[in-house]
Ligand binder design. Structure first.
Ligand code: ANZ
Length: 809
C-alpha cells in the first residue's frame, strides 16, 4: 500500500485547483453570495507566521464549507503594504520599499498557496499599487469636498523614534503601539478626518450588526459618548464665569469646590496675587509630567488653590477654585465641579487638602466613603426626597431657565489625525497655491504617484522626505495656473485598509473604485475574521469610511461587515508571546516541510482550542493530526482493495455513525466550533475502523465518501486525493455538503420538553447529548414556544440536559 506522504499530493492538488479555477468567485452568479474576509497582511520580511495561519486557515475552512453549501463564495486576499513596517524593513536591509514589498509579497503568496488556501488570486492587489491608491486618493478627495478632511495646527502625538505624528488610536498607555516609544507632544499643521461627526452613527450602527459584545463594547467605550450638562459657575470678584462638564448634575448641591486643568485659559485672570508663585510653580511641574503619569488614577493627588471663589448656582454657596492635573484640558470644558461625596478622585483630593465633603444622595453606601450609586436626594433644597435619576434631568431644566446650564453630549473620540511625515504612504492629493490656498488635485490627474527617491529616511524637522524633492513639490495650481506646491505629507497605513474589501468586488476597475452593479451584487462582507487588537483602529476607521460612502450614495449598505469574529492569539508553547528575540517563533512553512504537510498543520491549528481563545501552540498537535490523517488514508486504501464478495454482509450501525457525524460537524461549523468538529471526524474514523469487520465494502465506501466531504474544508488535499481513490468524479470541493437524516439518529434521540413558566408548551426531538446553547436556541425558535413567549423578555432559563428547557417570563 502506498504510504501517506503529503508532499506527493499537496502541490499536485494545489495546481489542479488553480487550473480548474476552483476558487474564483463569479460576479453576478445566481447562487447566494458569501463574502468571507480575513484581514490582509503586511508583507513583512518575516513571512507568514502562525497567527496569520490561524486566521487564514479558519477563514478557509468557512469559505470551503460555504462553497459546498451552495454559495458563490468570495475569499480574497491582498496586501496592506504601505506604512512603517515595510519602510523600517527597507531602511534596515538597504533596499527600496517598492522592491522589498515585491519580494515579500511573492514569498507570502507562495506560503499562502502551500497551505492550500482557496483564495481568489485573480482579485489580489497591494495597497501600494498606483492603480489601487489612485482610488484611496479619490476617496480622500470625497472627504475633502464634503468638508470632512481639513487642516489644523494642533498639538499631536509625535513618536520621536519613528519621527512621525500618530493618531490617538495608535497611542496605547502613552506609548506608540508599534515600537513602544513614549510619545511626545508636537505642534504641527495636520490633515484630520472628521470621524467625530460619525460618533453617534458608529455607536448606533453596532446594534444592526453581529459583533461579539466585547468588540462592540470596546468601540463604544473608545467613542465614549457621555450625556450630561454644562453648568456655569459665576466668579463675582473676577467678573468671570467658569463652565464645567458633568454627567451628574443631580450632585450639584454637593459640589464643594471647582477644579481647573493646569492649562485652563482663565487661570491667569483668576489667580490671587498671594497665590501667584505657587500656581506658576504648579503649572511648570505639570508641564514636565507625561500624559501617562497624569492619567494614573491611584497616584497621590496634587493641586493648588487659585485664591479665587465661585458661586454654586444651586446652593448659592461660595466654593474655592483649585487647579489640579487630574483634570484634563482636552476633555469637556477643562474644568470640573468637584463632588467629593460621590466621586472617588474628588474625594481623595478633598481629603488631602481638607476640603468640605457634603453628601447629597442617600443610599446603601456607608457615610465617609464616596458613592456614585443612585439613591434619594438629601441636602439638596427643593429636590430633597426625590430620586437621583429623576433630579438629573429636572435640575438642568430648572437651571437652563436661568441660562446657567444646558444639556450636553461629550465624546472621548477625537478627529483622526491623518498626516504622516513619512515617504512610504499614499501622497495626500492636495496642492497648496499661494493665491488659492489648498486645492484638490483634479480627478483626471490621479493617482499622484509617489516619486522614486534616493533617500527616504524620516527627517527630524517634522517634514516628510518628499519635501526635499523640489521638482516633485513645485507644481502649478489647477485653479489659477500659478506657482504652487504639492502636499508632502502622506496618508497613514490605515488609509488603504479603510476600504480594501470593496476593491475585491471589482479589483481592476479603472473608472471607479468599484462598479455600481458589482457593489450591488456583493454588497458587503458577510463574515470578517481578524485580530482583537484592531477593534479601535482599522475596524473603527473602516466603519467610518463605509458610513461616509453610504451617505454619499457610493455603497449600497450602511455597514461594511455583517458579522465580525476575533480569533485568539497563538502563544509559544511555554505560554509566552512568540517573538524573534526569544527565538520561539513557529514557522508554518517549516512544519509543512518537515513532512507533516499542510493538511495536518491546518487540522492542528483548528484543533488547538476554541477559535477565539488565546492559546499556546502545542508542538505535539501536528504529530497527532498527522496520525489521524494517516489512519484515514490507510483505512481508505484497505477498504478500496477489499474483497468484493464481502458485499453480502451488512450492518445498520454504520449509517447511524455517519449521520450523527454529519449532524455534529454541520452544527459545529455553524457555530465556528472547529475543534469539536475535528474531534467528531476523529471519532468517525475510529468507528469506521471498528465497523470494517461487520460492514460490506460498499457500505464502507459510501461512509468514506461522506467522510471526505466532511473532511474537505479542514484537510482539502487528502480529502480530494481519497475522494478520487474512492472512485468519485470531479472535485470533492464542488460536491454538495451532506445533510443528516434525523430518522437515523433515533436510537440516540431524546425528547426535550419545553416549558414556559413551568407549563409544557412544546416538545423537541433531538440527538442526545446536544449542546445546551443549541437546545435553548431551538426551544426559543420553536413555533409553538414563540407563540406563548410573544414579546416577553426571558428572565431566566432553566436547563436539564436531554430533558427540559424552562423559560421563566
Ligand atoms: C461631577 C460629578 C459627580 C462627576 C459625580 C462624576 C461623578 P465621563 O463619563 O468620562 O464623560 N470630568 C469632566 N471633565 C473632565 C476633565 N476635563 N478631566 C477630568 N475629569 C472630568 O466623565 C464625566 C465626569 O468626569 C464629569 O462628571 C466630571 O465629574 C469629570 F458623582 O461631575 B463629574
Amino acid at each position: 500500500m502506498q504510504r501517506y506522504n503529503p508532499k506527493d499530493i499537496e502541490p499536485k492538488w494545489q495546481q489542479a485547483w488553480e487550473d480548474q479555477k476552483l476558487h474564483e468567485a463569479i460576479d453576478f452568479d445566481e447562487k447566494p453570495k458569501f463574502v468571507m474576509l480575513t484581514e490582509f497582511p503586511y508583507p513583512s520580511g518575516d513571512g507568514l507566521h502562525l497567527g496569520h495561519a490561524r486566521e487564514y486557515t479558519l477563514g478557509d475552512i468557512i469559505a470551503r464549507h460555504k462553497r459546498m453549501t451552495g454559495h458563490n463564495v468570495l475569499y480574497p486576499m491582498g496586501f496592506d503594504a504601505f506604512g512603517l513596517p515595510t519602510e523600517n524593513y527597507a531602511i534596515k536591509n538597504k533596499v527600496s520599499p517598492q522592491s522589498a514589498t515585491d519580494t515579500n509579497v511573492e514569498n507570502f503568496i507562495k506560503q499562502f498557496k502551500s497551505l492550500g488556501y482557496g483564495m481568489d488570486w485573480n482579485r489580489c492587489f497591494k495597497t501600494t499599487d498606483p492603480e489601487y491608491y489612485k482610488w484611496t486618493q479619490w476617496l480622500f478627495l470625497q472627504f475633502y469636498k464634503s468638508g470632512l478632511a481639513y487642516q489644523d495646527e494642533i498639538a499631536i502625538n509625535w513618536c520621536p523614534k519613528c519621527k512621525t505624528g500618530l493618531a490617538n488610536e495608535e497611542v496605547v498607555g502613552g506609548l506608540h503601539e508599534r515600537c513602544d516609544t513614549p510619545v511626545e507632544k508636537k505642534f504641527l499643521k495636520q490633515w484630520l478626518l472628521k470621524i467625530t461627526k460619525y460618533a453617534d452613527r458608529l455607536i448606533d450602527g453596532l446594534a444592526t450588526v453581529d459583533y461579539p459584545s466585547r468588540i462592540a463594547d470596546q468601540q463604544i467605550n473608545w467613542i465614549g459618548r457621555s450625556i450630561g450638562a454644562e453648568v456655569e459657575f459665576e466668579v463675582p470678584n473676577a467678573g468671570a464665569s467658569i463652565k464645567v462638564f458633568t454627567t451628574r448634575p443631580d450632585t450639584l448641591f454637593g459640589a464643594t469646590f471647582l477644579v481647573l486643568a493646569p492649562e485652563h485659559p482663565l487661570i491667569e485672570q483668576l489667580t490671587d496675587v498671594d497665590n501667584k508663585a505657587a500656581v506658576e510653580d504648579y503649572i511648570r511641574t505639570t508641564a514636565q509630567k507625561s500624559e501617562i503619569e497624569r492619567q494614573e488614577t491611584n497616584r497621590e493627588k496634587t493641586g493648588v488653590h487659585t485664591g479665587a471663589y465661585a458661586i454654586n448656582p444651586a446652593s448659592g454657596e461660595q466654593i474655592p477654585i483649585w487647579i489640579a492635573d487630574y483634570v484634563l484640558v482636552g476633555y469637556g470644558t477643562g474644568a470640573i465641579m468637584a463632588v467629593p461625596a460621590h466621586d472617588e478622585r474628588d474625594f481623595a483630593f478633598a481629603q488631602k487638602f481638607d476640603l468640605p465633603i457634603t453628601r447629597v444622595i442617600q443610599n446603601d453606601a456607608p457615610d465617609g466613603e464616596p458613592t456614585a450609586h443612585e439613591g434619594i436626594m438629601i441636602n439638596s433644597g427643593l429636590y430633597d426626597g426625590q430620586k437621583s435619576q429623576e433630579v438629573r434631568n429636572t435640575i438642568i431644566k430648572d437651571l437652563a431657565d436661568q441660562n446657567l446650564a444646558e444639556e450636553r453630549v461629550n465624546y472621548k473620540l477625537r478627529d483622526w489625525i491623518f498626516s504622516r511625515q513619512h515617504y512610504w504612504g499614499e501622497p495626500i492629493p492636495i496642492i497648496h497655491c499661494v493665491k488659492d490656498g489648498p486645492v484638490a488635485v483634479p480627478e483626471s490627474d490621479l493617482p499622484v504617484e509617489l516619486p522614486h527617491v534616493e533617500r527616504y529616511e524620516p527627517t527630524d524637522n517634522g517634514e516628510s522626505p518628499l519635501a526635499e524633492i523640489a521638482d516633485w513639490v513645485e507644481t502649478i495650481c489647477p485653479v489659477c495656473g500659478g506657482p504652487a506646491k504639492r502636499e508632502t505629507d502622506t496618508m497613514p497605513n490605515w488609509a488603504g485598509s479603510s476600504w480594501y474589501y470593496l476593491r475585491y468586488f471589482d479589483p481592476r476597475n479603472n473608472e471607479a473604485f468599484a462598479a455600481e452593479n458589482k457593489l450591488a451584487y456583493w454588497q458587503n462582507v458577510d463574515l470578517y475574521l481578524g485580530g482583537m487588537e484592531h477593534t479601535t483602529l482599522h475596524l473603527l476607521y473602516s466603519r467610518f469610511w463605509h458610513q461616509f460612502l453610504y451617505d454619499q450614495g457610493l455603497v449600497p449598505t450602511p455597514e461594511p461587515y455583517v458579522s465580525r469574529r476575533g480569533q485568539g492569539i497563538v502563544l509559544a508553547a511555554d505560554g509566552t508571546k512568540m517573538s524573534k528575540s526569544k527565538g520561539n517563533i513557529v514557522n508554518p512553512t517549516e512544519i509543512i516541510d518537515q513532512g507533516y504537510g499542510a493538511d495536518a498543520l491546518r487540522l492542528a491549528i483548528a484543533f488547538l482550542a476554541p477559535y477565539d481563545q488565546t492559546t499556546p501552540w502545542s508542538p505535539d498537535g501536528v504529530a497527532g493530526t498527522y496520525r489521524f490523517l494517516q489512519r484515514t488514508w490507510n483505512l481508505t486504501h484497505e477498504v478500496v482493495s477489499m474483497d468484493a464478495t464481502r458485499d453480502d454482509f451488512e450492518s445498520a450501525e454504520i449509517e447511524k455513525v455517519v449521520h450523527s457525524a454529519i449532524a455534529k460537524v454541520s452544527i459545529d461549523l455553524h457555530h465556528m466550533r472547529f475543534n469539536t468538529a475535528i474531534a467528531a471526524l476523529m471519532e468517525l474514523s475510529n468507528q469506521l475502523y471498528k465497523l470494517q469487520k461487520v460492514c460490506s465494502r460498499l457500505q464502507l465506501i459510501d461512509a468514506l465518501v461522506v467522510m471526505m466531504k466532511l473532511l474537505a474544508p479542514f484537510a482539502p488535499h487528502i480529502a480530494e486525493e481519497l475522494w478520487a481513490m474512492l472512485g468519485k468524479e470531479g472535485s470533492v470541493h464542488r460536491s454538495e455538503w451532506p445533510v443528516h437524516d434525523p430518522e437515523l439518529l433515533t436510537a440516540d434521540t431524546v425528547t426535550v420538553v419545553v416549558q414556559i413558566n413551568g407549563k409544557v408548551r412544546a416538545e423537541l426531538s433531538l440527538p442526545s447529548g446536544s449542546n445546551e446553547a443549541d437546545v435553548v436556541e431551538l426551544a426559543h425558535k420553536n413555533e409553538k414556544t414563540a407563540q406563548y413567549l410573544g414579546d416577553n423578555p426571558i428572565r431566566k432559563t432553566i436547563y436539564v440536559p436531554d430533558k427540559l428547557v424552562n423559560f421563566v417570563i
